[in-house]
Design a protein around this ligand. Sequence first.
Ligand code: ZN
Length: 370
Amino acid sequence: MAQRVVFIDTKPFWDFDYGPTHPLKMWRLKLTQELQRAFGLLEQVEIVEPRMATDEEVLVFHEPNYLEALASADEGIWLPSLIGYGLGTGDCPVMKGVYTASMLVAGASAQAAEFVLEGKAQIAFNMAGGLHHAMPNYASGFCYINDPVVAIYKLLQKFERVAYIDIDAHHGDGVQVAFYSNPKVLTISLHENGRYLFPGTGFESEMGEGEGFGSALNIPFMPYAGDDVYLRVFDEIVLPALEKFKPQAIVTQLGADALHDDPITHWNLTTHSYLRAIQAFKDMNLPWVALGGGGYNIANVCRGWTLALAIALDVDLPERLPEEWKQLAQKYGVYLDRLRDLRPTESTSVVRADTERVINWLKQNHPLLS
Ligand SMILES: [Zn+2]
């Protein structure tokens, strides 16, 4: 029998605008949801309207003075006092509704967690979520409220061990900070090496501290890494670590910026890697909160998250894209011919050697692998 899947409606976010020069386009959520609809996937989910997060839900991680500053920015008026909270930078501009939209994203992830926590759904999707860079007292990397952290705390009300797996091209730094000394939460992040990409962290030697030593697992990749090294890491590092940790629920951040031709990252992954990861999450057969994340090549976002929802629903999508959707996408200047990439990519010898080094180091030093 198909498992019940809840889908948090992204419509309330479609018109939210970071500004004309900002790479994060919220209308990507509209194009993605329309593609999911055109393929008939939304007929098979329960669509739920998002709600605002409560102060209590976000104060498990964020500091009260930061939340106050963010609330004061909701009118879209920047004041010099906000800059200390990372508000009003190029990455995290102050725009009208910034607090309302951020609390709605966080509320949506909290809702997703509630559905799986209460057993009302096996899988809950919040594509607007996955804002993994937000820190306790400052906004960072397009993220204002850390909704994955909110969702994980919610799941900890019932589950003893929760695994967070982040496949965005950027290191999931904010989530790692939240649980760095917490043995109940394993944070796994696969990302482009911090020497080459924001936020500059996520090295293999970051493994947690104190009681939580071993509860962080980082796998950095050199720029232009291909499917060959990614799939190897998945099989040799990620899956064995999850097997050892034995989570009772998972939260995934499914950023689509690790796919090839993203304008702000430098990876060379195809849908072969992406599908392998999503299928592995599905096969764990656990309560699963699936969040969105980065993705600045809009065509990749549309196909990545549509394929992810199809896997959650056990639906095998045809390769051909619905004509009505292609016409809509063209109005936005988005062109997509294939849902899946034809062939997996291969890495250069330099990338392969570096991944080999990381794999060996982790196998020798990480408590979940050694
Ligand atoms: Zn990213």
